[in-house]
Design a binder for this molecule. Sequence first.
Ligand code: NAP
Ligand code: HSE
Length: 437
Amino acid sequence: MTSSVFGIGLAGCGTVGTGVIRALKRNGELIRERTGGTMTLEVMRVLVRDSQKTRDDMVDIGLLTTDWQSLVDDSAVKIVIELIGGTDLAFDIVARSLTLGKPVITGNKALLAERGPELFALSKLHNTPIHFEAAVAGGIPIIKTVQEAFVGNRMLALCGIINGTSNYILQRMSEAGLEFSTALAEAQALGYAEADPSLDVNGWDAAHKAILLATLAYGFPISPSQMNVVGIEQVKPLDIDFAKQLGYVVKLLAVIREHDNGAIELRLQPSFVSKSHILASVNGVFNAVAVHGDGVGEALFYGRGAGQDPTASAVIADLVEAARTLAKGQTHRGFLPWRENGRIMPIEETSTAYYVRFDVTDRPGVIAEIARVLAEHRIGISGTHSPVNPENPDAAFVDMVFLLHSCPYGLLQKALKEIAALACVNSYPVVFRIEQL
Ligand code: NAP
Ligand code: HSE
């Protein structure tokens, strides 16, 4: 049987791009055998920003180019892999490739969440797929799971930890007592963080992934403006300590859930998760997505959510699928939205219990003042707490925590606005959801 060579144009040779080159060198022969000896995947060109940079030994520097159009237009390039990140040049590369009928593989969740509708429309127009397994949860095959394995299920909910960097930071702060900035620097050195790490920290990287999962699960385009996003910037070691004392761990959690009226709850925030729940033990760079389908019931997907090799593993899976499809002379549609009229639930209508931290001036009556406003809004209190120094029980406290019973988020925000205006409250309260999963 003759083996076909599939020429690859690799745009981006950073953490993930280099991982793809290494994986093809390491397992290229295995892939060929697994595809019946028919498939040789060969990188023809590699796009970089700086061709003088020192690269991994496995990278053939003779293939480097800084001219993206020559890579995409090269007739030897049959499949394009976009791993440069960002939403501008990456868009041009993907759009041009689709226009030329070249299947695209990307790990760029920002691009697809921000500009997916334009690109999926081009994909449809040119009958050329975009594959994006690497865009959500690194090495975990969650895209194929939702699109293919669970195609026969109505999706009731998907909840999960889908940013490795923030999960790594929270764990290092919790277990090693590291400062936020030190933990972030470690995540960057390990290749987990985005080129702009503020996306990991402010929640938007995970939010982009949640948008993709919700789009796949519910079939209508969702704009980032419809998503409520809170990052981990406001998580302090004392929140992690309080959580521990109360039997919880703090996780940056994506929640996607269909309600009985058809509205989709979609949010991303630091949440208190009960220590006994399986998501509480997902640590470090690991991600997990709990999927609830009406047929399959609950299923959990767990694995490394970032880093060179796990992400390259997802890219290679897409690459083989794209090459197989080309080899059969078929076109694969990739993802196409199938529903026009989906509705995202306004964040004000979503309800959970809450942990709220107030920065207060300690004086008699401060707790009563806060409790009064909560009572006026009919928000129930399940507990209060402030750290007491056993060496000096008379020391003034600064942080005062209230645990609140479930209420709509909009109602809570109204009460907090009033509380923030009290003279004894020094800044806007910090809120974490207490999830019932
Ligand atoms: P990275 O390490 O920053 O690498 C980016 C690569 O793209 C570099 O080779 C860079 O060139 C090249 N590049 C950037 N801008 C360019 C431009 N304007 N023109 C030409 N080349 C350009 O990024 P990464 O971590 O590999 O991530 C790549 C993509 O995968 C992103 O979309 C990211 O969100 C996604 N992703 C990353 C991970 C992860 O764990 N890192 C996991 C899943 C998905 P130079 O080498 O010359 O600088
Ligand atoms: N920066 C991302 C993360 C990479 O930490 O999860 C994987 O998408």
